[in-house]
Design a protein around this ligand. Structure first.
Ligand SMILES: Nc1nc2c(ncn2[C@@H]2O[C@H](COP(=O)(O)OP(=O)(O)O)[C@@H](O)[C@H]2O)c(=O)[nH]1
Ligand SMILES: [Mg+2]
Length: 385
């Protein structure tokens, strides 16, 4: 005879269903963290279904600055710098959002935005909401921006036309040349930047891929660094046909400014005779403005300026800054921020391994400029081999 529960009996049926529901509920409460995700690591209070009012404290309170340890620690005298036009608004928002999300919402370093035209109210309003840090909008003095009167415009025009014929990017653009000259010799003289020593340059439409859990400005200060980069590459030679000769003339005239432990071997494969076109990509820079404001760089920029190459050719601030940092600073004062994931079209630097995991980087480790054919990183690393 087969023994079986006569589940057709209504009372017994209800009891069985109830027991099943209670068992299922118990199973659910011991395996759930309450947010819908099951986790074997749920804490005791969650296992028992209790909820404490301070449970939320396990989520960092970003609105309470005191709760973030670095805020109370030492800070550098530093700021972000962003040069932009009103028409760059969307790109500026993208870049600032990225820098704030990945770093500055914890540190609240100020932002200084510069333009040769007044920023519109809409521009100011849209970017001001992106940060809780102080934000300043500055107008660039005319003499720091526009082509000086002593430049021979016929010669400058001929230079532009030649470059346009060679299809060189921005070859025919005067505003681009204004920008390169301003970034080379004037931004650090702007009155809004006078209070600061270190700056982090940001451009529209760049991206920071990784969390940064330390202060790179303090890193610069504590390790006596003056210049840093994430990407280095070769310059487009037709934009600087006479720059290296000018540099060599300057060195011959002012040998006292050349640092003994310099990075000439990053710039030249033959001890300085010729320029190998390596430079640091200056759309990302964290650097010490005291270096630009110092005697060596001031003399250097003045020398370049008198040659007119910012307008007769198209000298970029990247080779100008790079050459100066490589020659007038010690090579160990130049730093490669390997852990800062960064993109400016069309290249990016993506950290790898532990740095990638720790930084919660959103970039593809395989997509990094570091050791590609057009990168100068190997040359930089060889300086220290
Ligand atoms: N205010 C202002 N900013 C400019 C001008 N031209 C370029 N910039 C800024 O200078 C930086 C470099 O210019 P960008 O167009 O990004 O050049 P690229 O990165 O070399 O292609 C960016 O921060 C631009 O917003 C200009 O005419 N006026
Ligand atoms: Mg750019």
């Amino acid at each position: 005879m087969t023994v079986f529960f006569p589940i057709t009996t209504p009372k017994r049926y209800i009891a069985a269903v109830l027991v099943t529901i209670i068992c299922l509920h118990y199973l659910f409460t011991i395996t759930s963290d309450g947010s819908g995700r099951t986790s074997p690591f749920s804490n005791i209070s969650e296992r028992t279904g209790e909820r404490h009012s301070n449970d939320a404290l396990s989520i960092p309170d970003y609105n309470n600055l005191q709760s973030y340890p670095n805020i109370t620690g030492p800070r550098a005298n530093a700021t972000f710098v962003l040069l932009a036009r009103n028409s760059d608004l969307v790109g500026v928002i993208n870049s600032m959002q990225s820098a704030e999300d990945r770093f500055n919402r914890y540190y609240n370093y100020p932002w200084v935005l510069l333009n040769e035209e007044p920023f519109t109210d809409e521009f100011k309003e849209r970017v001001s909401v992106l940060t809780r840090a102080p934000i300043y909008f500055g107008l660039i003095p005319k003499e720091h921006w526009f082509q000086p009167d002593w430049i021979d415009e016929d010669r400058a025009r001929a230079g532009r036309q030649k470059m346009m014929a060679q299809r060189i990017i921005y070859g025919g653009s005067v505003p681009y040349r204004n920008m390169c000259r301003f970034n080379s010799g004037f931004f650090f003289q702007h009155e809004l930047l006078q209070p600061y020593r270190y700056y982090w340059r940001v451009e529209p439409d760049v991206r920071f891929f990784c969390d940064l859990d330390y202060d790179p400005f303090l890193y610069m200060q504590e390790h006596d660094k003056v210049y840093s980069f994430t990407i280095s590459l070769f310059e487009w030679e037709p934009t600087i046909p006479t720059l290296w000769k000018t540099v060599k003339d300057f060195i011959a005239e002012y040998p006292q400014y050349v640092e003994n432990h310099n990075a000439m071997d990053f710039l030249s494969n033959d001890g300085g005779k010729t320029y190998n076109l390596c430079h640091f990509w200056s759309n990302f820079e964290i650097a010490d403005m005291n270096f630009w404001r110092g005697e060596a760089y001031s003399a250097f920029f003045e020398y370049l300026e008198t040659k007119g190459g910012f307008y007769y050719e198209r000298w970029g601030d990247a080779p100008v800054h790079s050459i100066a940092a490589a020659l007038f600073a010690r090579r160990d004062q130049i730093h490669f921020f390997r852990d800062i994931g960064y993109r400016h079209e069309p290249f990016q630097h993506c950290p790898s391994g532990e740095q990638w995991t720790k930084g919660r980087c959103s970039c593809d480790q395989k997509d990094t400029f570091d050791y590609t054919q057009n990168s100068c990183l190997k040359k930089f690393e060889k300086l220290f081999a």
